[in-house]
Ligand binder design. Sequence first.
Ligand SMILES: *[C@@H]1O[C@H](CO)[C@@H](O)[C@H](O)[C@H]1NC(C)=O
Ligand SMILES: *[C@@H]1O[C@H](CO)[C@@H](O)[C@H](O)[C@H]1NC(C)=O
Ligand SMILES: [Cu+2]
Length: 187
Amino acid sequence: MALAERVVAQALLLVMAASLQLSHAAVYKVGDSGGWTSIGNIDYKQWAATKTFQVGDIIHFEYNAQYHNVMRVTHPMYRACNATAPLATYTTGNDTITITTKGHHYFLCGVPGHCQAGQKVDINVLRTSETAPTPSPSGLSPPPSFPSVGIPAPSPSKATSLKASKGSFSKLGLAMAAFAVFVSGLH
Ligand SMILES: *[C@@H]1O[C@H](CO)[C@@H](O)[C@H](O)[C@H]1NC(C)=O
Ligand SMILES: *[C@@H]1O[C@H](CO)[C@@H](O)[C@H](O)[C@H]1NC(C)=O
Ligand SMILES: [Cu+2]
């Protein structure tokens, strides 16, 4: 019995570690299947509006590096499509950028004309709670909050991280916990 309990405890620790790691690694591909481009009139504002970005998330820009690039710029530069003094430049065509701070992160394509054609995106990590309501012209209610996770957390900081984890990852964690209990029953 003592062995089984130890197995369960260790399995739960593994599950929590996995959940914490996964909750900070949501990957968002800019433009989804369309990728990062100036053709096809992809609405990157609309694309970003459907996401709830969090610190630790990864923004993935995929594009043909012969024709495009990615530049992180300030808000005025973003508004004016001014690419003369970017804060950072990415040119591989397969760039992953980890968001490490809250607030706005402005990106545009520095190839002349592309930003003006709409190849710009504002990744905004909300400073308030992850479900802060945004005013909606269509009068839709804000998205429901994530379901709470049924795993006990040993410290407030970890509790916060678990609360912020994505619903699908929470389900993965619960499935792993169930599997751990099942495995421990075999002993
Ligand atoms: C572009 O931004 C740079 C750096 O902030 C600034 O010096 C320059 O005047 C801007 N150019 C235009 C056309 O706004
Ligand atoms: C982008 O990079 C990731 C990891 O480095 C790799 O798995 C993926 O296949 C790459 N995608 C393209 C289109 O090169
Ligand atoms: Cu471009």
